[in-house]
Ligand binder design. Structure first.
Ligand SMILES: [Zn+2]
Length: 500
């Protein structure tokens, strides 16, 4: 029996970065202090209130549709999706049903192989809708009350539905990572998964070749509310195993009488999916066009304006960093995947010092390490890109060794830690203060080499006697005396002196 084929499609919900909600003027902010303070008659669903579309939200949505290579509908409308739930006071959600603003696009991701091959994951559609509020159950932990917070009700959500083109748990994770990166480059969402700005449902099933050579599809399962990359990967992996197991036990397959799409939840602690309520069919929602909202027409002029606003995409940027700055694919990916602000920082450092590889080394190692230790984003990093660029220019020019450059870097950070303003950052002063300038005067260096050899006759003798490692002590002594010395030069001088 062949191994089964995994079939996965992802539905991703993204909170858009707007000032106000989708159909009213209430603020669109995460977690303000008090529940039910960002509400008005429209998002509370009071009778007689009328929604008005937020144009900025619609433009952000169009931007995303274009970036996902979608066809943009010239005519789109709003539909009411009827269901009753306490966090949805109107009794319906305003969404887009049969005429979404965009459809039939794709996102390219890395394939599973190591060959650098790319895979195109189809996008069925992307549409706009309003989010519901939040039900808060038993916050005291003593049982009893449930509360409803409507601050989130009516905030703009973009739903992006992929084709079932994803073939492995790793691909599912990569698709979500690349989508998130693209959305942050576009500036349409902060994609903060802890705050629920990016949530994902996974539709999963298997195509199993049975002993008689026929292909059977297992019933489709929708795993709801996955809110981490790892969660998506693990949930898909678990579902694949569970479905194969169940198929072997029961033989139940798609198309059998009584087999319906099943909705399951994800328990991250136990690493398993669990059964939830049955999935409503589309007809249950009794969609119909919202009579309070006018349809939206999108003309070529608007599309061209938005097309012009599109930034350089992550994949393009990775490629350009390779050609323009000589970076390896790996380094380019590390930098670009940190986000647009980080990539901008790198590029500024590279331009200032004139050496892309040197800039990449420092940015991916020294800067990233400090950011992780300090739990900071690059926007809050105390050493500005220009300043780091100027420091690296000295390294590139051979005025400072890499080691001395690191000392200056550490000193700049130490000064900001003490609350000192490094503003323009006087690199020259630090270099002078610490005696870090590269000693170009070989005559002076030779004097020190002579002295160190004379003071360490045992090490010198051991080196001459065939113990090359003995030179380490001599180099160390010289470097202690002349901080700006280049270790390679010192080594060479000692070897020459001792071989005379
Ligand atoms: Zn409101």
């Amino acid at each position: 029996m062949n191994s089964p084929t995994l079939i996965v499609g992802l539905e991703v919900h993204v909170q858009l970065l707007t000032e106000s909600k989708l159909f009213c003027g209430c603020a669109n902010r995460f977690n303000p202090d008090e529940p039910n303070t960002q509400t008005c008659p429209v998002c509370l669903g009071l009778p007689g209130s009328l929604p008005v579309m937020n144009e900025r939200a619609f433009r952000l949505a169009l931007k995303t549709g274009l970036a996902l290579n979608c066809d943009i509908s010239p005519f789109t409308k709003w539909d009411r999706k009827q269901y009753y739930y306490p966090d949805l006071p109107k009794g319906y959600q305003i969404s887009q049903y049969d005429l979404p603003f965009s459809h039939d696009g794709w996102l390219e991701i890395d394939g599973d192989g190591d060959d650098g091959g790319r895979r195109r994951i189809g996008i069925i559609r992307a549409h706009l809708e309003e989010d519901a509020g939040k039900n808060l159950h038993d916050e005291s932990g003593r049982g009893g009350d449930s509360r409803v917070d409507l601050n989130r009700a009516g905030t703009p959500l973009l739903e992006i539905v992929s084709q079932p083109d994803i073939r492995s748990p790793q691909e599912a994770k990569r698709y979500l990572e690349d989508l998130k990166l693209l959305l942050t480059y576009l500036g349409v969402s902060d994609c903060n998964m802890q705050e629920g700005s990016l949530r994902c449902d996974a539709n999963v099933n298997l195509h199993v070749t049975t002993d008689d050579g026929k292909v059977a599809a297992t019933p489709i399962v929708e795993v709801k509310n996955l809110n981490s990359f790892r969660g998506v990967e693990q949930a898909v992996e678990h579902e694949a195993r569970r479905q194969l197991d169940e198929f072997h036990r029961t033989g139940r397959k798609l198309g059998d009488p009584g087999v319906e799409k099943e909705t399951r939840g994800w328990n991250a602690d136990r690493g398993v999916t669990f059964a939830q309520r049955g999935k409503e069919e589309a007809s249950d929602y009794r969609y119909f066009p919202d009579p309070d909202l006018a349809p939206v027409t999108v003309d070529e002029e608007l599309l061209e304006t938005i097309q012009d606003e599109l930034p350089e995409f992550p994949a393009e940027r990775r490629a350009r960093f390779g050609t323009a700055w000589g970076l390896s694919n790996y380094d380019a990916a590390v930098i670009v995947d940190q986000g647009a602000v980080f990539a901008d920082y790198f590029e500024r450092v590279a331009k200032t010092c004139g050496d892309g590889k040197q800039a990449a080394n420092w940015v991916t190692q020294d800067v990233l390490r400090e950011l992780n230790e300090r739990q900071l984003g690059i926007a809050d990093f105390p050493i500005a890109a220009d300043l780091l660029g100027r420091l690296l220019a000295k390294v590139v020019a051979g005025e400072l060794t890499v080691k001395s450059g690191r000392e200056v870097f550490a000193e700049l950070l130490a000064r900001t830690d003490r609350g000192e303003d490094i503003g323009g950052g006087d690199i020259d002063a630090i270099v002078a203060e610490k005696g870090l300038a590269v000693v170009a005067d070989t005559g002076a260096l030779e004097v020190v080499v002579e002295r160190v050899i004379a003071n360490n006759p045992n090490a010198a003798e051991a080196f001459r006697g065939g113990k090359p490692q003995a030179i380490g002590k001599l180099i160390g002594e010289v470097m202690r005396e002349v901080k700006g010395a280049d270790a390679k030069v010192v080594r060479q001088m000692i070897v020459e002196r001792l071989s005379r």
